[in-house]
Design a protein around this ligand. Structure first.
Ligand SMILES: Cc1ncc(COP(=O)(O)O)c(C=O)c1O
Length: 421
């Protein structure tokens, strides 16, 4: 017997309701767990305003785990740990005197404040920025052997040669090689050869080594063969370009710097790697973008703590579209209540208490962001909320001194670098 149109409609509606019922969000609300309750207690003496908290015990454990996992000496990525406190902790645990710097102000700062540290640029600066460093850092702090300038092309090398000649100053040159990331650098022997010749022909330029960043190896999908193929190709390119450098320049007077990797890829470099040192920064505090299987042993060690400013009661949208919030409240228990927090719109996501989230309906705000939550989330004005940064390099610079917590209390404050990009 053919089903009537009415039967279809009733059946369809019932099925729709069942499906909707299944998809309806459950209550994700709750209170801080013991870890965040402990952090909140430690922060009680602070004025309630957005604060970047470093968990020192977790930082130390992360640094030790990275050291144990790394098969080569480590170089600290300064931009990802933009505070001398963090950098010192990493240098000490890793027994390292090497830093990777990414702009002239941070280079000048590290050069001045940490005279024992040797620096490699992590990106090729315009020669004018290098000139600024040479002009602004006292000569005894920027001795030529302390800085390896990164160069990616013949044009830039010619600029650095002109700079060296103009200042009559030897410059150490590290060449950026493209091992597959395709973010610049020398890709093959034909492109490398003229750079090596240029260095050989200029007594003021000293070849210091190679830098081949390989972040793509952790980002490409793990389709059969895709990742392992890219890894083999990266290794092959590094080895081929190094072989050419050895052939053209002869045996080095001192060891070359053969840099590779970053937080998501340092574990890929074993004894067979051409690299003889590995760069790591972010993993030490493990922002959310670094939730990778290879870093599973590490724990998040940096959080934004910010106070709840207002309990807004029922979640409401502005006059005129209030009904939309009504539908959201009725549908999703996790959108039933609303709070305003102090600040917001950071590159960070709520971490605790559970179930608190930025409203997807109420626009973001850097001033007072509206968050929604379930009624089972116990929060009142003045309580601390915690957010986890997605990355460290920009977020850590936004809150003034880092507040260092250990064993349930504030143990230190670490100034951050002046903002720079
Ligand atoms: C050249 C280079 N090396 C290494 C890194 C790794 O830094 P992190 O360990 O913070 O991911 C970066 C990050 O951008 C980089 O650009």
């Amino acid at each position: 017997m053919a089903m009537s149109r009415r039967t279809w409609l009733i059946g369809g509606t019932a099925a729709g309701l069942v499906a909707a019922g299944l998809a309806r969000p459950g209550d994700r609300g709750g209170a801080h767990d013991a870890y965040f309750a402990g952090l909140a207690k430690a922060l009680a003496p602070l004025p309630a305003q957005p604060t970047l908290v470093i968990d020192r015990a977790r930082l130390k454990a992360n640094l030790a785990a990275i050291r144990q996992q790394a098969r080569h000496p480590l170089r600290v990525v300064v931009k990802s740990l933009p505070s001398l406190g963090l950098i010192d902790a990493a240098l000490a645990d890793w027994r390292s005197d090497r830093a990777m710097v990414f702009n002239a102000p941070q280079l000048a700062l590290v050069a001045t404040e940490r005279p024992a540290v040797k620096m490699l640029l992590g990106k090729p600066l315009p020669a004018s920025a290098a000139a600024w460093v040479l002009d602004n850092v006292p000569a005894e702090r920027r001795a030529p052997e302390r800085i390896e300038w990164l160069v990616d092309s013949a044009e830039r090398l010619a600029e650095y040669r002109a700079l060296a000649r103009a200042k009559n100053l030897p410059l150490r040159i590290n060449l950026e090689i493209d091992v597959g990331l395709h973010r610049g650098g020398v890709e093959d022997e034909a492109a490398l050869a003229p750079l090596l010749e240029l260095i050989r022909g200029e007594p003021l330029l000293r070849f210091a080594g190679l830098m081949g960043y390989d972040a793509h190896l952790a980002a490409i999908p793990d389709l059969p063969g895709a990742r392992s193929g890219a890894q083999a190709e990266a290794a092959r390119r590094y080895a081929a370009l190094l072989a050419l450098a050895r052939q053209r320049l002869g045996p080095p007077a001192g060891p070359w710097t053969l840099n590779a990797a970053g937080s998501p890829t340092f574990h890929l470099h074993d004894a067979s790697s051409s690299a003889n040192e590995l760069s790591v920064g972010s993993a030490a505090v493990k922002p959310a973008d670094f939730d990778k299987p290879s870093l599973a042993a590490l724990q998040p060690a940096a959080f934004i703590a910010t106070p709840v400013l207002k309990d807004l009661g029922d979640f409401r949208l502005p006059r005129g579209v209030e009904w939309i919030a009504g539908a959201a409240r009725a549908w999703d228990v996790n959108q039933r209540r609303a709070f305003a927090m102090h600040g917001g719109h950071w590159l960070a996501d709520p971490a605790s208490p559970p179930g608190v989230q930025p409203s997807g309906l109420y626009g973001p705000s850097s001033n007072q962001q509206v968050l929604v939550a379930s009624p089972s989330t116990a929060l009142k004005p003045g309580d601390w909320l915690f957010l986890r940064p997605r990355q460290s390099e920009a977020v850590l610079l936004q809150f003034g001194d880092l507040v260092v917590v250990d064993e349930g209390r504030i143990v230190d404050r670490w100034p951050v670098f002046p903002a720079s990009a």
